[in-house]
Ligand binder design. Structure first.
Ligand SMILES: Cc1cc2nc3c(=O)[nH]c(=O)nc-3n(C[C@H](O)[C@H](O)[C@H](O)COP(=O)(O)O)c2cc1C
Length: 221
């Protein structure tokens, strides 16, 4: 396929992708296709390469029922989607916490290199982003990374005709308490966003609408 054809295919996928709330409940995504979508999430980039996420394919009806009342933006999706993914972001991912230790270990650095890089990450979180002393700030930072994976998974799905809906319409505190108590997520995780996947049961009533190019794209020279 030449470049123009690839571009057209990608843009067609973006036009095809809509936030689909209601799915054909009888049409299931094949495992190989789901694996491909999850792989798009796993391969996503993240700040400092931290990969502060887990993708949890929720296949437990009891937990789905428990989430239903406290997830106003996910009701139809919980009922009808083929697959429902919970995206967990790491909590308290400070420069001096275990996730950074693991990151450094994985890179096989010398003690001097470790010291230099940890100082950079410390400055980054303490002085540049100003999040190091805020649990919320740190969670928002790792959550931002998960949204990149979210976007990639939605695009990957759309490229093969699979529908999706990103979901942040839920009560964060209550959802996370339930999932924590049920052992779905660990102490050091929180759900940042959810993703439903499946095949639409009807086309959206409204056409896709976006701001005009000149409103959102600027070249400053
Ligand atoms: C981060 C994020 C969270 C969203 N949360 C919800 C949600 O909880 N429930 C829902 O039905 N749609 C949700 N949406 C879908 C948006 O409403 C939708 O993407 C937007 O209206 C544009 O429509 P389109 O995606 O069909 O082009 C969310 C979208 C994003 C990007």
């Amino acid at each position: 396929m030449n470049k123009e054809e690839v571009k057209q295919q990608v843009l067609s996928a973006f036009e095809f992708r809509r936030a689909i709330k209601s799915y054909d409940a009888d049409k299931k995504i094949e495992q190989a296709d789901l694996d491909y979508i999850l792989e798009a999430g796993r391969l996503s980039p993240s700040s400092v390469g931290l990969e502060p996420w887990r993708f949890i394919v929720l296949e437990n009806d009891k937990i789905k029922e428990a989430l239903y009342d406290i997830s106003w933006g996910a009701k139809k999706q919980l009922e009808t989607s083929s697959h429902f993914i919970l995206i967990a972001a790491r909590r308290n991912a400070r420069y001096d916490s275990p996730i950074f230790e693991d990151l450094i270990k994985g890179r096989g650095m010398t003690p001097e290199q470790t010291e230099t890089v940890l100082k950079l990450y410390r400055d980054f979180q303490v002085d540049h982003l100003e999040i190091a002393d805020s649990e919320k700030g740190l969670f928002d930072w790792t959550s931002k990374q998960t949204y990149i994976a979210l976007g990639n998974m939605m695009t990957a799905a759309a490229m093969i005709g699979i529908d999706s809906c990103p979901i942040e319409g839920f009560h964060y505190g209550q959802v996370n308490d339930i999932l924590h108590e049920a052992g779905v997520i660990r102490d050091d995780e929180g759900i940042s966003v959810m993703l439903s996947l499946g095949y639409r049961d009807h086309d959206p009533k409204r056409p896709q609408s976006r701001k005009a190019e000149e409103e959102v794209i600027t070249y400053f020279r």
